[in-house]
Design a protein around this ligand. Structure first.
Ligand SMILES: [Zn+2]
Length: 384
């Protein structure tokens, strides 16, 4: 898991364990031998809190009773023999939790969780991608294990991605979602993101190792006694080229991070190099090959009609109106967009009869659905 600041990357949160549960009041930050700098969170540090929570360099002070009502992780603090990372301060009676690094918890995700629970920014159907993603991660069994909220976050997350191919004519969802889609086995989301990736980005996998493991998925054993199964263990739907070599957060270009609430526009900015794992790039390449194979004959063959005159219209205009723009726009591997453009051409103005205009519009809409459906086969998944 990447950390938001390079300075935190090498820190081992466990070195904080011997510290007292309260910071010196005169200091906002405490520095130790160039090693650790931990700071009180500017918002979620309540003086009347009963739980100190250290996540990387952020220290939160929260109300244990509130969190433990909903979270298997926090409720397990009070169980016997749950000592890993948990301390009870005898003097204050407060719990002190140092979140283990291998849990992959990010401070910004904790913030999102607290924004929800303290009603600053509740999760709801219109929540933005960044907020939903954070809650999806932080509530998972691998992290803080809020089963009910996790289910809700999963549901909302899925609705952020269109299932209908027509939606992909213009707008594309987030690249960052690929990891979440894989981690939580959301095939429809994964398919949507892969299509977007294939059509909108230059794959950049340079400077990256082979990705021999996937921390996001192989999050270690949960110390909690009660492990829920909202993230099933069944083998993920396989794509031959991915094997188990998946990307992880560290392969995503930092500037495409989820700090940007308006991630969609950021991700469609053409000069942003998006970095994905080699395995994901291979999946995209395979998908692209299949799509080009399928779509090339359709694109390069002028449409036929039952009427000689209408067929002639296509024969005369196909190169100029369809093929050349598609070549200029890499449309051969953007079938959904290219078909949409074909539908938007004013064919009547070029001499096509009304019934042929209608017929072709329906035919190309069907073809969009066909491509979308075939992608399941090409990706080895089942979403349609
Ligand atoms: Zn006609």
């Amino acid at each position: 898991m990447s950390s938001p600041s390079p300075a935190t990357a090498a820190n081992d949160s466990h070195v904080l364990r011997p510290m007292t549960t309260d910071l010196p009041t005169s200091l906002e930050k405490e520095h130790r031998e160039g090693e650790v700098s931990i700071r009180k969170h500017p918002i979620y540090y309540f003086d009347d809190g009963s739980l100190i929570l250290d996540v990387q360099v952020e220290r939160f002070k929260l109300h244990h009773a509130l969190l433990s009502r909903h979270s298997r992780y926090f409720s397990s603090i009070t169980l016997p023999n749950q000592s890993k990372g948990f301390d009870l301060d005898a003097k204050t009676g407060h719990y002190h939790v140092v979140v283990e690094e291998e849990r992959g918890v990010k401070p910004k995700d904790v913030e999102a969780l607290l924004q929800h629970f303290y009603h600053d920014k509740p999760l709801w159907d219109n929540s933005d991608f960044s907020h939903v993603s954070s809650l999806l991660r932080i509530t998972s069994p691998q992290q803080f294990d809020f089963p009910q909220l996790h289910t809700t976050a999963l549901r909302i997350f899925e609705t952020l991605f269109p299932k209908d191919p027509s939606a992909f004519a213009h707008k594309h969802p987030l690249h960052e979602a690929l990891d979440l889609a894989k981690q939580f086995k959301l095939d429809a989301v994964r398919k949507a993101v892969l299509y977007s990736l294939m059509t909108t980005t230059e794959f950049d996998t340079t400077g990256e190792d082979e990705g021999s493991n996937d921390p996001a998925v192989t999050t270690p054993s949960n110390p909690n006694a009660a492990q829920v199964n909202s993230c099933p263990n069944d083998p993920s739907p396989t794509i031959p080229t991915t094997a188990n070599v998946d990307s992880n957060d560290s392969t995503i270009h930092p500037s495409v991070g989820s700090k940007n609430d308006d991630g969609i526009s950021a991700l469609t900015t053409p000069d942003l190099p998006l970095r994905i794992s080699k395995a994901d790039a291979a999946v995209c390449m395979t998908l692209m090959t299949k799509i080009v194979e399928h779509f090339t004959p359709i694109l390069f063959t002028p449409a036929a009609t039952p009427h000689m005159e209408c067929t002639d219209v296509f024969a005369d205009t196909w190169m100029k109106l369809v093929i050349q723009p598609a070549i200029d726009d890499d449309g051969v591997y953007k079938p959904l967009e290219t078909l949409e453009k074909m539908k938007s051409i004013d064919w009547a103005a070029h001499g096509l009869c009304p019934s042929c205009v209608k017929e072709k519009d329906e035919e190309w809409t069907d073809e969009q659905r066909t491509v979308w459906s075939l992608m399941d086969k090409w990706l080895g998944i089942d979403t349609v």
